[in-house]
Design a protein around this ligand. Structure first.
Ligand SMILES: [Zn+2]
Length: 82
């Protein structure tokens, strides 16, 4: 599914964007040293460890540099169609 984008900040860019993939990597850190003591690649996170629920990616305007959720660009394109 494809969406039209329009930057809500500069209001002119409809064609140049950066897709920023957000990959959440759960880690465990030693509170005293800051050293990473677990990366959960081979084990489950603890039950109380909150999972990342945010968007898979964000969008950056390739003209003015604004970074927002994809939906902001989609909604603005709907609000101000070509
Ligand atoms: Zn822009």
């Amino acid at each position: 599914m494809s969406h039209k984008y329009l930057c809500p900040n500069c209001k002119t860019n409809r064609s140049r964007f950066n897709l920023i993939k957000q990959i959440a990597e759960p880690i465990k850190v030693d509170p005293k040293t800051g050293e990473i003591t677990g990366d959960y690649k081979h084990e489950e996170t603890a039950l109380f460890h909150v999972q990342y629920q945010g968007p898979d990616y964000r969008v950056q305007c390739g003209v003015c540099g604004l970074i927002e959720e994809e939906n902001s660009f989609i909604q603005y394109a709907k609000y101000d169609p070509l």
